[in-house]
Design a protein around this ligand. Structure first.
Ligand code: ADP
Ligand code: MG
Length: 1008
């Protein structure tokens, strides 16, 4: 699809050099010949039926129109659909697309293209619910066409009902539901069709498309000529295979929509029952009784409608009447009455079936679970595809209604496009050249005026008592409208032979003259059906059928209000429709039919000229040329576009909104294309509007960002403030905990200075987390302080003893429970007269001699010992430890030195964990010395700890290690051989002594 060059004519009739019928037709024809079937008049689309498949549609074409403005691409239905969709999304306003034109002009096709476009451009997120709604929307057309369309002389697929479809959209612009209103099905077609026409497609589809077995169950044969209702159109059927594929398509569509298998079976049965009903004929028996000619048919009808056969027969032959009170009598029909009742029943059943199908589709499409508060308000696009203006050789009540409907829609068009527009220019004080047009209000009035209008006169005739004939109704019309310029009849104009006397009247419609035959008007308007049928069908055991006849529930004796007539119902529905359309933003598609013969690529000029004239397209162009594409009150205009100008964003400071608007337009350089009304701005060309929209669209994301920024900032600030508050609370609490803890410490430790314990038993309270390490340090400090307090008070003479005891504790604590801590440690026991009364003098002499010889500083320890050597010899000896040497002395010989080991060779000593006085001294390069301290006062005094402590303290002072081992089985080495020494308690032993057995020593210790 290439873009259009000038050779294709003007894409918009507004651009014509001169607005005359000649120029208009020339352009239309030129474009049609080039395959351009669409042309604009401003935003109104004029479409000519090409009667051939053109490569204008499909996904690629849809993509070209998506998101574009109307004028950016060649004129197309997609552009209109897109404009309606965008207008709805942009302004959150309901819109509608009104498709008008005569029968066969392409309205239904247009509506399908529009639906396809909407289905294609919505739901980018592929939501299942939206897909479902779209599916149902698209499939519903197929089903509705099967039941509501038929072949007529004007159109092989003519819609025999009016259709208005609402599609609901959510705020994102995705379809979320829909609703179909159907208007006045031409149900008389069920009984009878004109030559060359057919009954509704559904009948032929069932006859041709059903499986054989299915057909048998319906008691049908595959031949439409066998049934009186389909006989007329039988020869006109499409090919059998085509009909079958249609049937299958319809069945599949019904399934997609959600009809159950049971429901589609009911539908088939009802269609079959209608066909059988049509074949029923009545005869009078010899006794003058009325009877059914072929009783088998009654069986079929009863079976197919799931009703008792007897009752079906009774309903066909008689009717019950209430005769006052609760009395009910049965009144037999005449043959004519019975036929009439049969036909009324067939029509009504079909109509109810059709309505049921529509309702069923609606129930599936109803927007579900929508909550305006949560989801925002739904917006709606309405698509109106209603039967077009019709003229047949014989026109009846249906044509009258259809043409009245077209008058109403033309009136709406005039109201919206022509009249309202001009009135508004005047009101707003815009310079304006008035355009004349024919206003068809006078014809609408002729039909619908209360009391005098044709519908009112007809209703009156229907309600009158006595037998009012169609002819009397015609007379009554004549008297009422004798002088009406758009009404005439043979009685009023006897010379006009085209009308039949006493039967026809003629209305000069806006689209042309139509002669109506009054025959059947009263009947069709009354639309009566005997109660018996309603009750019969209500009592059917088929739930679908039963649901179609709710009023069959009523008792026969119940007095009911007279039902509204068909004409009044139709009028009311038209008034409601027009009101509905008027509340929406309308988009128009005006369909033209190029010729009467459904011929491709042929434009019959006279025929088109007529349509152009009555559709008022020329006037439309004139108004459009003189007029403005858009108008908006100043405040609304500012609200929408103020961000595009520095003077108006965010708020203007000018004297009035009007001045602000002027400033805004001046900044954009658009002031030449607008006019300033009293309260509104008028924008001449859509281009200007689009320019404004585009600059707005450029700025909106920035504003959105700005708002997001501000809001995010606010959120962050709130969060920060909350956090800060939390931290403040935490800080205060922590401080409080610390203070409380410190106060507690002060309280507990206030008497810590008091001797002698210096707070030894005070318990530290558990610190808060923040003070954990602080408290650990404090405790260490406190311990040091306490130690200092304790040490400070020790006299210097005791210091050596204390140091030795500390060293002993370090070496023995927990290893030897009893190490003589509580004793006073005298060290030099051999010099003590108390401990060594016999020889302390001797020892003092020896000590003096040794001091002179070895020059030691101090005696660390001296004591008598019992020793054992490697030859198992046990002897009494004395041990002397100076700061230089370890001496072994012989007490028996004036403490002569037997062995002297330099003290720095002593590497360690081993003791046991018991209370015995066994000591093994280890020295480098020397045999281990095994001794037991003894001969002490008191006896068995515990001096091992003292020896360990003194030696350890001395080594500590010299900074060298001393190994102290505690073991109950002490290994030792003497001249390279290894031995063990252990302790054996011997209570009877007077003095400790050693014993040797099998290479091991044992100290025999006197106490147990
Ligand atoms: N855009 C089109 N392209 C091709 N054929 C079309 C187009 N519009 C209509 N037709 C043909 O014209 C016939 C009648 O159109 P339809 O929409 O049923 O008319 P209306 O609903 O106005 O009575 C269709 O069956 C189809 O064959
Ligand atoms: Mg149609």
């Amino acid at each position: 699809m290439e873009d259009e060059g000038p050779e294709c004519g003007k894409a918009d009739f507004v651009l014509l050099d001169e607005v005359t019928m000649e120029h208009f037709m020339e352009n239309l024809k030129l474009r049609f010949e080039k395959g351009r079937i669409y042309t604009y008049i401003g935003e109104v689309l004029v479409s000519v039926n090409p009667y051939q498949a053109l490569p204008l549609y499909g996904p690629a074409a849809i993509a070209r129109y998506q998101g574009r403005e109307l004028y950016e691409r060649p004129p197309h239905l997609y552009a209109v659909a897109n404009a309606a969709y965008r207008a709805m999304k942009r302004r959150a306003r309901d819109t509608c697309i009104v498709i008008s034109g005569e029968s066969g002009a392409g309205k239904t096709e247009a509506s399908k293209h529009i639906m396809q476009y909407i289905a294609a451009v919505t739901n980018p997120s592929q939501r299942a619910e939206v897909e479902r709604v779209k599916d149902v929307l698209l499939k519903s057309t197929c089903v509705l066409e099967a039941f509501g369309n038929a072949r007529t002389n004007r159109n092989h697929n003519s819609s025999r009902f009016g259709k208005y479809m609402d599609i609901n959209f959510d705020f994102k612009g995705d379809p979320v539901g829909g609703h179909i209103h159907s208007y006045l099905l031409e149900k008389s077609r069920v009984l009878k069709q004109h030559v060359g026409e057919r009954n509704f497609h559904a009948f032929y589809q069932v006859l041709r498309g059903c499986e054989d077995t299915e057909l048998q169950k319906l008691h049908l044969q595959r031949n439409p000529a066998l049934y009186s209702f389909t006989r007329q159109g039988a020869g006109l059927s499409a090919s059998e295979s085509e009909e079958r594929s249609h049937y299958q398509a319809v069945m599949e569509a019904m399934q997609v929509i959600g009809f159950s298998a049971e429901e589609t079976a009911s539908v088939r049965r009802i269609l079959a029952a209608i066909l059988h009903l049509g074949n029923i004929e009545f005869v009078e028996t010899e006794e003058g009784q009325l009877a059914v000619a072929e009783e088998e048919l009654v069986d079929h009808v009863a079976e197919l409608t799931a009703t008792p056969r007897e009752q079906v027969l009774r309903c066909l032959l008689a009717r019950t009447v209430a005769s006052g009170g609760r009395e009910v009598i049965e009144k037999g029909h005449t043959a004519a009455e019975a036929s009439y009742a049969r036909d009324a029943c067939a029509k009504a059943v079909y109509q109810r079936l059709f309505e049921w199908v529509v309702n069923r589709i609606n129930s599936v499409m109803e927007p579900r679970g929508r909550d305006a508060r949560r989801d925002g308000k739904d917006t709606v696009i309405g698509v109106l595809d209603i039967y077009g203006f019709e003229v047949f050789p014989v026109n009846s009540f249906e044509q009258f209604c259809i043409n009245y409907c077209n008058e109403k829609l033309q009136q709406l068009f005039i109201q919206l496009i022509l009249k309202q527009e001009q009135e508004e220019y005047e009101r707003e004080g815009i310079a304006w050249q008035s355009v004349d047009f024919f206003n068809n209000a006078i014809i609408v009035d002729l039909v619908e005026q209360p009391h005098r209008g044709i519908l009112a006169v007809l209703d009156e005739a229907c309600c009158s008592a006595g037998t009012i004939t169609d002819r009397i109704f015609l007379q009554s019309l004549d008297t009422h409208h004798r002088h009406h310029p758009h009404y005439t009849s043979r009685q009023l104009c006897p010379t006009d032979k085209t009308m039949e006397f006493g039967r026809d009247f003629r209305i000069k419609h806006y689209a042309g003259d139509v002669t109506y035959s009054v025959l059947g008007f009263i009947d069709k308007n009354r639309d009566a059906l005997f109660q018996d049928f309603k009750r019969l069908l209500y009592n059917s055991s088929d739930p679908a059928l039963r649901a179609m006849w709710p009023e069959g529930q009523q008792d026969i004796t119940e007095v009911t209000k007279r039902p509204l007539t068909a004409g009044t119902l139709f009028k009311n529905s038209m008034v409601a429709l027009v009101d509905n359309l008027a509340s929406k933003e309308p988009f128009y598609v005006r369909c033209l039919k190029p010729n009467q013969d459904k011929a491709a690529a042929r434009l019959d000029e006279a025929h088109c000229r007529h349509q152009v004239a009555y559709l008022g397209l020329l006037e439309n162009v004139r108004v459009r040329r003189a007029g403005f594409a858009s108008r908006q009150p100043y405040p609304r205009f500012l609200l929408r576009y103020k961000m595009t100008c520095e003077y108006t964003w965010p708020n203007h400071l000018l004297g009035s909104d009007r001045e602000a608007v002027a400033a805004l337009l001046e900044q954009h350089g658009l002031q030449g294309d607008v006019a300033f009304g009293r309260s509104k701005l008028f924008i001449r060309s859509p281009r200007t509007l689009v320019a404004l929209e585009q600059s707005r669209a450029r700025l909106v994301p920035i504003i959105v960002l700005l708002l997001q920024k501000a809001w995010r900032g606010t959120l962050a600030r709130w969060r920060c403030r909350r956090l800060r508050a939390a931290y403040t609370v935490m800080r205060c609490y922590r401080r409080h905990k610390v203070r409380a803890h410190l106060a507690e410490l002060l309280l507990r430790f206030q008497d810590a200075r008091r001797p002698p314990l210096f707070g030894r038993d005070l318990e530290w309270p558990p610190p808060p987390a923040a003070l954990q390490s602080f408290q650990a340090a404090c405790r260490a400090l406190f311990c040091r302080w306490r130690a200092r307090q304790l040490v400070k008070n020790i006299p210097p003479s005791d210091m050596a003893q204390i140091k030795a005891k500390v060293a002993a504790m370090g070496a023995l604590q927990e290893l030897r429970p009893d190490w003589g801590c509580r004793r006073a440690w005298l060290r030099d026991y051999l010099s003590s007269a108390a401990d060594n009364p016999a020889a302390s003098g001797l020892f003092a002499q020896r000590l003096k001699a040794l001091r002179d010889k070895d020059g030691f500083g101090a005696v660390l320890f001296s004591c008598h010992v019992r020793k054992v050597n490697r030859f198992n010899k046990r002897r009494d000896r004395a041990l002397l430890l100076t700061d230089r040497h370890l001496y072994k002395l012989e007490p028996a010989r004036q403490y002569r030195v037997m062995r002297a080991v330099p003290l720095d060779l002593v590497t360690g000593l081993s003791v046991t964990s018991g209370r015995d006085q066994l000591v093994v001294l280890h020295a480098k390069g020397q045999d281990d010395l095994v001794v037991c301290l003894h001969r002490s006062r008191p006896p068995l005094d515990n001096r091992v700890g003292e020896l360990v402590g003194v030696l350890a303290a001395h080594c500590q002072g010299e900074g060298r290690p001393l190994e102290v081992r505690v073991s109950d089985c002490i290994p030792l080495s003497q001249r390279g051989s290894r031995r063990l020494v252990s302790v054996e308690p011997r209570p009877e032993q007077p003095e400790p002594d050693f014993r040797c057995s099998r290479g091991a020593y044992a100290l025999l210790w006197p106490s147990g």
